[in-house]
Design a protein around this ligand. Structure first.
Ligand code: NAP
Length: 303
């Protein structure tokens, strides 16, 4: 029986990934949930977070699966109640609030883990190792998916702080910032905002180092989560969000893709070691795009 953990925000990602990852883990047991409407069979369910914190001092770890805007208040309360905290990606609605959480966690002596599930995709560590001693000529990201298919009815993605197409795009940026041997910074961006939305539905990005990206949430038919890197010693391709790796068109055996089990293993290690892991590099690129980007208005969007 593992350490009890509480999942907060029983929505799409909690049910798709967190619940099965915890159920199959030797490190963790799902001890409680907090959600206004969602529950998990057989698990004590709270609708009020303060009540859960007060009534379940036996639960030392809280995993927050809420959208980014409401997440800060829950994380702050959890840290102040002396609990270790795992944050879904993106770790917050703003950089400053995540810095604040980092300081609070340090002062409270608890673990804060800002997770990036795509970094745990099976091909990413191999890609990073292969690129480490290469001279990179060009990198291009193609991250095109259908928002209606992956976020049905989730209006928060188009509200302030929802990040729009950067909600999936930040997954690509979490891989990019992990595998590139040298840092880059954004030079140009064009962001397409539907006339009725507060966040972009598409973005074209251009960084130093000849790195470019094309994010689009209007992709019907085949979906693309690709990163292509040209080097002096050959071509690397990550496919399916980093689950597959090809070098010069040859598929490399990278093993099974187990992003969320790997995140929960890492959380167990961080808690054991008394350390935290908060890397804001992917979110800095999003903030830069929203600061620097040319805004173009496009057709209204409705789910
Ligand atoms: P979601 O289903 O729309 O929301 C998750 C849950 O959060 C909801 O069920 C809701 O539960 C709660 N919630 C929503 N707004 C709230 C508010 N204002 N105050 C308190 N609780 C609120 O979203 P999701 O797709 O699971 O995404 C959640 C996070 O996971 C996001 O940061 C997203 O980027 C990340 N993520 C999503 C996916 C995916 O495929 N969807 C993949 C990886 C990561 P109640 O209403 O029952 O309280």
């Amino acid at each position: 029986m593992g350490t009890p953990i509480c999942l907060v925000g029983i929505g799409k990602i909690a049910l798709d990934q967190h619940v099965p990852a915890i159920a199959n883990s030797d490190d963790w047991t799902l001890g409680a949930t907090v959600s206004r409407s969602g529950t998990v069979d057989g698990v004590p369910a709270f609708t009020d977070f303060d009540q859960m914190l007060a009534e379940r001092p036996d639960i030392p770890v809280i995993s927050l699966c809420l959208p980014p805007v409401p997440r800060f208040d829950y994380a702050r309360k959890a840290i102040l109640a002396g609990r270790h905290v795992m944050l879904e990606k993106p770790p917050g609605a703003t950089l400053a609030e995540v810095h604040a959480l980092t300081n609070m966690a340090q002062a409270a002596g608890v673990t804060l883990f800002a997770t990036w599930h795509s970094r745990m995709a099976a091909g990413v560590a191999h890609a990073k190792a292969w690129l480490n001693d290469k001279t990179i000529a060009k990198t291009h990201i193609t991250w095109k998916e259908d928002v209606r298919r992956w976020h049905p009815g989730q209006n928060w993605v188009f509200e302030p702080g929802g990040m729009g197409v950067f909600d999936p795009g930040i997954n690509a940026l979490s891989i990019l910032t992990e595998i590139l041997p040298t840092p880059i910074h954004l030079q140009n961006a064009t962001l397409e905002f539907p006339s009725n939305c507060d966040t972009p539905i598409a973005a074209r990005l251009d960084w130093t180092g000849n790195v470019t990206a094309d994010f689009d949430w209007r992709q019907e038919g085949p979906q693309s989560w690709n990163i292509d890197v040209e080097t002096s010693d050959g071509r690397l391709a990550l496919r399916d969000g980093g689950a597959r790796l090809l070098i010069d068109e040859n598929e490399i055996d990278v093993g099974p893709n187990r992003e969320y089990p790997a995140l929960y293993e890492r959380m167990a290690k961080l808690v054991r070691d008394g350390s935290s892991d908060v890397d804001l590099a992917p979110m800095i690129h999003v903030a830069d795009a929203l600061t620097l980007g040319k805004r173009v208005t496009v057709d209204e969007f409705h789910f």
